[in-house]
Design a protein around this ligand. Structure first.
Ligand code: KG4
Ligand code: ZN
Length: 337
């Protein structure tokens, strides 16, 4: 008998629903919230309101696109955390109600675990990573180095002490006048720029931890200073600024990942999260595989940013383990694994 899992993701500003059959994605719908663009970042109250408007049509369409009837679903997997509480509450309340209505089990999912386990979606890549591996979660809210011994045996061995890597892209991009989220725009402009034109200070943080706030502040101050001297500094140098900023971020990320490989003795590095589609990061890690003797894994583009297929994937893995959740469990803005 095939197992059908409905995945629901609402941790930040994307409302997403996916139907999965035995690890294969039948549908994966994402409703982006355009409203935040005019504010230059996610406004939590507006995000939860938009989730409320989107959730029923998105789930309904995901079931239609999967070409199944909702009564065929075996379980509902939802993001319990981490994320914005108001956003999480919409997805979690809806999932609980639907599981009661359909009389099927509920499965709670940790969003950050899901970013890494997205690699096990059937069409995510040609080769599945073998355990143990070093997991790197890089998104708008997180920057973590995770020792992944098994699907649900994960330990954070390094993380950012302040800003997340995606947040750094977004906030520096905002200074350059780029729309939110600025990460993809910086990536695009970088392609035509000189990455060596500007030098930005890198942090000095011990162990496997990161820090990005110094780079962000230094970048913003530099831009302001140059703008005061020359009005059109940004438009003249946009591509070079993007390329130089991106290279600095990539180098900061790279250095600690290599340290993690050396410290753990594990040479498989598995990326997850919205920033893992960054072309500079992919290029750097692919180029150096033979030099540093590791193999890097990047998810297929549609499974990098927030999506419900990765939630359904974790749901399927937990379903096979009979690992179900109770409706009494509440959404968790901070949710450790
Ligand atoms: O995982 P995600 O969709 O949401 C969170 O859980 O935060 O990640 C969103 C982040 C944003 O900061 C966005 O700017 C960044 O991913 N991002 C990128 C790229 N595409 C998305 N950052 C750099 N380069 C990209 N190509
Ligand atoms: Zn995410």
């Amino acid at each position: 008998m095939p197992t059908y899992i409905l995945g629901i993701e609402s941790s930040c500003d994307d409302t997403s629903a996916s139907v999965m059959c035995d690890g294969k994605v039948l549908s994966n719908l994402i409703a982006n919230q355009e409203i935040h663009k005019s504010f230059g970042g996610v406004v939590p109250e507006l995000a939860s309101r938009a989730h409320q408007q989107n959730i029923i049509p998105v789930v309904n369409q995901a079931i239609i696109n999967a070409n199944i009837d909702k009564n065929q679903l075996n379980a509902i997997a939802y993001t319990r955390g981490p994320g914005l509480l108001g956003s999480l509450l919409v997805g979690s309340s809806f999932s609980k109600s639907l599981s009661i209505g359909l009389n099927i089990p509920l499965i709670e999912v940790n969003h950050m675990q899901a970013h890494l386990l997205a690699h096990f979606i059937e069409d995510c890549g040609d080769e599945k990573p073998v355990f143990p591996f070093v997991g790197i979660t890089i998104s708008g809210g997180h920057t973590q180095i995770v020792l992944v011994k098994d699907y649900f045996d994960m330990e954070i061995i390094g993380e950012t002490l302040d800003d997340a890597i995606g947040e750094t892209f977004d906030k520096c991009g905002k200074t350059l006048g780029l729309p939110y989220p600025a990460g993809p725009h910086i990536d695009r402009h970088s392609k035509n720029g000189d990455p060596e034109k500007f030098k930005f200070t890198k942090p000095k943080v011990g162990g496997l931890n990161y820090s990005f706030s110094g780079l962000k502040t230094g970048f913003m101050r530099y831009i302001q200073k140059e703008k005061n001297i020359e009005d059109n500094f940004i438009s003249k140098e946009l591509e070079n600024l993007c390329a130089s900023l991106q290279l600095t971020i990539v180098e900061i990320l790279y250095e600690k990942v290599i340290l993690a490989i050396k410290q753990t003795g594990i040479n498989r590095v598995v990326f997850g999260g919205g920033v893992s589609c960054n072309s500079g990061i992919i290029e750097k890690f692919k180029q150096n595989e033979n030099i540093e003797n590791y193999k890097s894994y990047f998810p297929k583009f549609e499974y990098t940013t927030d999506n419900a297929a990765m939630i359904a994937m974790v749901g399927y893995l937990k379903y096979k383990n009979n690992d179900f959740s109770s409706i009494e469990k509440s959404a968790q803005a901070r949710f450790k694994f």
